[in-house]
Design a protein around this ligand. Structure first.
Ligand SMILES: Cc1cc2nc3c(=O)[nH]c(=O)nc-3n(C[C@H](O)[C@H](O)[C@H](O)COP(=O)(O)OP(=O)(O)OC[C@H]3O[C@@H](n4cnc5c(N)ncnc54)[C@H](O)[C@@H]3O)c2cc1C
Length: 325
């Protein structure tokens, strides 16, 4: 059972102030790569001015917003809304809630048939519609946005009552940048809780906002930044490390935080990270509060739980928060 004191209380947030039928128009301030090094992927830190729109000062870290790419899809219909996490705190990039930011990654793939009539031999480059639209934006360009969205992937009302384990892969880092700014750089002074951020990336050049997190760690002794690189050999492992692999390796360090009922666990990015964490917590009998496995699988060896088992039979507990896409 979760302890009553550990249950976080969340702020009431505003949602859907702007809908697709009447989007707000934001203006691009800047759009710069934010990876640690040269990489095969392209991820930007995009800053948008929302002055005079319903967004101004009415969003908080952890929420996302929608983007409507111009043009139409293959059926001639306007593109659907794609969501992007806010990467800024509630006071925005500018300190006055007039500039929001996000972390779009260009989706680049090979073409695959989507319908029965599509050519199965067409392997030309496929560029994701909205992510590449965002990637191409220049200062001064206008963008149609909707939202804000999201009411659960948020920091609690009283941050000092909790400790934090933030787990990210790729652009899943975006909400944690905003949350860490809210926790550690607020005008009210820094939160003194224990905060661990684990960032997972394929290569160290793919780490995002890396210098910022290193600087934050230097400045705040209660904040610890860890990186799990999956496709570069680590000291003890030729195959590299995923986020859950790093926590298992450094279990003596993470165990007290995981076992502490103050700790809230936030997972953002690739879904696989969640499966790894569920298995890890179950194997150490530390799942209480983070998830509940129903009786279909709870008696079985957790190491054998498949992704499908976890999707179907494991529900989030009061102290874990999930945003995967
Ligand atoms: C809450 C939330 C927050 C998010 N935050 C972020 C964020 O901060 N940063 C970020 O980068 N993303 C984020 N996303 C994901 C984002 O919403 C988009 O899904 C992503 O940018 C891809 O959109 P797209 O329009 O570029 O791709 P689409 O054009 O929509 O393509 C989507 C998928 O369809 C496949 N596909 C479609 N047609 C073809 C074809 N012909 N051949 C091959 N494959 C095809 C693509 O490979 C891809 O997997 C978030 C999603 C959610 C739900």
């Amino acid at each position: 059972m979760d302890s009553i004191e550990a249950r976080p209380v969340f702020p009431n947030v505003e949602m859907n102030l702007v809908r697709k039928s009447a989007p707000a128009v934001a203006t691009v301030i800047s759009n710069e790569l934010c990876m640690a090094g040269k990489s095969a992927s392209f991820v930007k830190h995009l800053v948008l001015d929302v002055t005079g729109t319903p967004f101004e000062n009415r969003f908080i870290a952890g929420q996302s917003f929608g983007v409507i790419a111009p043009g139409t899809n293959a059926k001639g219909k306007p593109h659907k809304v794609r969501l992007y996490s806010l990467a800024c705190p509630g006071w925005g990039e500018d300190g006055d809630g007039r500039q929001i930011s996000t972390t779009p990654k260009r989706l680049i793939d090979e073409n695959r048939p989507q319908n029965n009539n599509d050519d199965a031999d067409d392997h030309r480059l496929f560029l994701g519609v909205c992510s590449n639209y965002l990637g191409d934006l220049k200062p001064g360009d206008k963008v149609n946005i909707t939202g804000p969205n999201g009411q659960r992937f948020l920091l609690p009302l009283e941050p000092e009552l909790h400790d934090y384990l933030f787990l990210a892969t790729g652009t899943g880092i975006a909400p944690f940048r905003g949350m860490l700014m809210e926790l550690l750089e607020s005008r009210a002074g820094p939160c003194r809780s224990r905060i661990d951020l684990v960032m997972g990336a394929a290569y160290s050049s793919d780490l995002l906002y890396h210098d910022y997190f290193l600087a934050l760690e230097k400045e705040h002794e209660n904040f610890h930044y860890h990186t799990a690189i999956s496709r570069e050999p680590s000291e003890e492992n030729n195959k590299g490390l995923y986020v859950d692999g790093l926590i298992e390796r450094d279990f003596a360090y993470f165990a007290p935080a995981l076992a502490n009922p103050r700790t809230l666990m936030y997972v953002c990015g690739l879904e696989g990270m969640r499966y790894g964490m569920v298995r890890l917590l179950a194997s150490h009998k530390l799942g209480a509060g983070y998830f509940r496995a129903d009786e279909t699988i709870s008696k079985r060896d957790s190491a054998q739980w498949t992704a499908s088992d976890i999707r179907r039979h494991v529900k989030a507990g009061a102290r874990s928060f999930l945003e995967v896409y």
